[in-house]
Structure formats: structure tokens, C-alpha cells
Write a protein that binds this ligand. Structure first.
Ligand code: IPM
Ligand code: MG
Length: 373
């Protein structure tokens, strides 16, 4: 199979985690005879530094022409700490989402038995946790009218949704809930006791639910949902929510897995889909070879499913589970006995190439381990 993949490394740890995903893609290409062509594009703080624009037009063009997009991370502290900055890296990502109409952001949350000790929750609560968040990505408060009064004492962020914006992501979530491997349950997370937009969400979801009689629907206020994700995460199967609630609860839910660094996502819509880890640019770790590449590598597995390579995607997921089960983890997971970003990428690509069988010479890998005790 021949595919063109747009690569947006972005900022902070973006380039180093994405490099590991490319390594894995190259290993798969060699094993299965695929041809993946990569076109590198700019977005974020690095794009502002080089062109003055967080999303150059050329990036949008390359993305539109590609079969899929792999993206690293965005953000830089020099903008975070300057509320007066007129141009911000994040504007690039928001504009890309809007330009490609990536209206559905899909964030799977699973737990790994070898990592349950890392979660602040009790192991018993984490057993069999397997849910997926469908976050609306191109509407709501992120894209509403924004104003700051001339004297700088009053600010406004408007939250608006149209029926059509709600409908399209709702269908996506219901169709996913119907899949054979799902438990056929959809929870709409909103704030319908206070917000007009949430009441519209509830109305539209109730209507659409009639078309999916095999899926049970329940409704939960976001404050309660934030608590339930910690108290009883097993109850969720498919969670559907608007843009900002989805942003917040997906970071919260990452605590269940053990590290934000493990979680992948895909953003789908009208044009080419985009795949990215849910973590940020983690500038403190940039260039140190310590960031967790698994969020990016699992995003690559989602990309492989999307381009029609489910067997390759399953192999990548098996490789990831193998590393986690064998204690090959980065510093976010084990601050003392950790392996480097590049070592994890190498192990995962060796696994998919078939170079690692049941027995592995751990001594060789130990050499690449951190020496910080
Ligand atoms: C995410 C991020 C982005 C968001 C930022 C970087 C704009 O937090 O993808 O979750 O808020 O959507
Ligand atoms: Mg976020």
C-alpha cells in the first residue's frame, strides 16, 4: 500500500515523540512492503518563529492533499506567560481543525494491569476500564466571539452550537457505540441544568437516539461526570460531549491509565483525519529523550486503522502492551528505572519487525537505561 502522510512535528517534545512513530511506520513499511511518503509541515511556535504565522497556508494545502496527518504537540511557555501576545501557537491547531473540519475528536481511555500502581486510584476500580470520549472539536466556546473591552476590564468568550454541529458528531458516536466490541452505551456529558447550548445538545441527542435503538443513552452533568470518572470509571462506554468539557475530562481520564503520555487521539471530519497524542508540548522535557512516545505511537495505530491497515495497527498495539508489561517505560511512568524515548521507539519498532521474540536479551537494553539512581 502507498500512502502520503503529512507530518507536523510541532513544538516541545513533538519532534522526538513523532520521530519514534515514524520509526515504527518505517518498520511496518519494510515488513509488509508498504510505501509511506512523509511531507513535513510547520505549525505552532516553531512556525511563528520561522514564518510569523502559526499555520502557514502551505501546511493546510499539504494536509488536504495527504491521506492522513500525524501531529506531535503544540505550545511554548514564552506565549503561555504573555497574555498580551497577539499571535499564539495554539491558534495554528485551532485553525487547522476548523480548516479541515475535524469535528470529531476521539480519545480512547484504557488501563494496563502492569501500570495500575501508578494511578492514584485503587487497582480494583481500574479493572476493565475501557471507554472512549467523543469530543466535538470545531464549535463551542473555543470558536465563539471573543472580545476584550478597550480599557481591558471586561472579556467575553461566547459559546454557541448549531443543531448541525451537534448532529454530525452525535452520529459518529452512536455508530461507534454500535460496534460489536462496544457495550452499546452512550453517555452525553453536558451542563443542561445551566447552559442553553447543553439543552440543545440534549434535545438533539434524544432525537438521534431513536435511530439507534440498540444503544442505551444516559445523560450526566459535567460536574458529576468529572467525579464519576474517578469514582466508577467502568460505567462508561462511549462518552459524547462538547468541545471544552471534552478537553477537560479527557485530561482527567488520563489519570486512570497512569500517564497522560500514553493516550492517543484521532480527529476526524470532512477532510483528511489527524492523529495526535493528547499530551501537550511538555517543554521541560524537550530535547532530553525522556518523553513518553507511546501516546504518539498509539495515535499511529489509530492512523493505520484509518488508512485501512488494521493488522498493522493491531501489531503496534501488541508491541506497546509488550513494552509496558515488561517494564520498558519512560520517566513519567517510572522516575527511577526508566528507559529513553528513543529506546522505547526502538523496542516497539523491533517488535513489529519481528526482531524480538519471547526471549529478549535484557542486558542489551539495560545499557540504554537511565543511569540516574
Ligand atoms: C487538546 C489541547 C488543545 C485544546 C490546545 C493545545 C489548544 O489541550 O488537544 O486537548 O485545548 O484543544
Ligand atoms: Mg487538552
Amino acid at each position: 500500500m502507498k500512502k502520503n502522510i503529512a507530518i507536523i512535528n510541532g513544538d516541545g517534545i513533538g519532534p522526538e515523540v513523532t520521530a519514534q512513530s515514524i520509526r515504527v511506520l518505517n518498520a511496518l513499511a519494510e515488513k509488509y512492503g508498504h510505501e509511506f511518503n512523509y511531507t513535513y509541515c510547520l505549525m505552532g511556535a516553531c512556525a511563528i518563529d520561522q514564518t510569523g504565522n502559526p499555520l502557514p497556508d502551505e501546511t493546510i494545502e499539504v494536509c488536504l492533499e495527504s491521506d492522513a496527518i500525524l501531529f506531535g504537540a503544540i505550545g511554548d511557555p514564552k506565549y503561555d506567560n504573555d497574555p498580551t501576545a497577539k499571535v499564539r501557537p495554539e491558534q495554528g491547531l485551532l485553525k487547522l481543525r476548523k480548516s479541515l473540519q475535524l469535528y470529531g475528536n476521539i480519545r480512547p481511555i484504557v488501563t494496563y494491569s502492569s501500570l495500575t500502581h501508578l494511578s492514584p486510584l485503587k487497582a480494583k476500580q481500574l479493572e476493565d476500564v475501557d471507554f472512549i470520549i467523543f469530543r466535538e472539536l470545531t464549535g463551542g466556546i473555543y470558536f465563539g466571539k471573543k472580545e476584550l473591552s478597550d480599557d481591558g476590564t471586561k472579556a467575553l468568550d461566547e459559546c454557541s452550537y448549531t443543531r448541525e454541529e451537534i448532529e454530525r458528531v452525535t452520529h459518529l458516536a452512536f455508530q461507534f457505540a454500535q460496534k460489536p466490541e462496544r457495550r452499546k452505551k452512550l453517555t452525553l456529558v453536558d451542563k443542561a441544568n445551566v447552559l442553553e447550548t447543553s439543552r440543545l445538545w440534549r434535545k438533539v441527542v434524544k432525537e438521534i437516539a431513536l435511530q439507534y435503538p440498540d444503544v442505551a443513552v444516559d445523560y450526566m452533568f459535567v460536574d458529576n461526570a468529572a467525579m464519576q470518572i474517578m469514582l466508577n470509571p467502568k460505567q462508561f462506554d462511549v462518552v459524547l460531549t462538547e468541545n471544552m468539557f471534552g478537553d477537560i475530562i479527557s485530561d482527567e481520564a488520563s489519570v486512570l491509565s497512569g500517564s497522560l503520555g500514553l493516550l492517543p487521539s484521532s480527529s476526524v471530519g470532512v477532510c483528511t483525519a489527524l492523529f495526535e497524542p493528547i499530551h501537550g508540548s511538555y517543554p521541560q522535557a524537550a530535547g532530553k529523550d525522556i518523553a513518553n512516545p507511546i501516546g504518539s505511537i498509539l495515535s499511529t495505530a489509530m492512523l493505520l486503522d484509518y488508512i485501512g491497515l488494521p493488522q498493522e495497527a493491531a501489531l503496534v498495539r501488541a508491541a506497546v502492551s509488550w513494552t509496558l508489561q515488561n517494564g520498558f517505560v519512560t520517566k513519567d511512568i517510572d522516575p527511577i528505572n526508566f528507559y529513553f524515548t528513543s529506546t522505547i521507539g526502538e523496542l516497539i519498532s523491533d517488535y513489529v519487525s519481528g526482531k524480538i521474540s519471547g526471549t529478549i536479551n535484557k542486558e542489551n537494553i539495560e545499557l540504554r537505561k537511565s543511569t540516574i539512581i
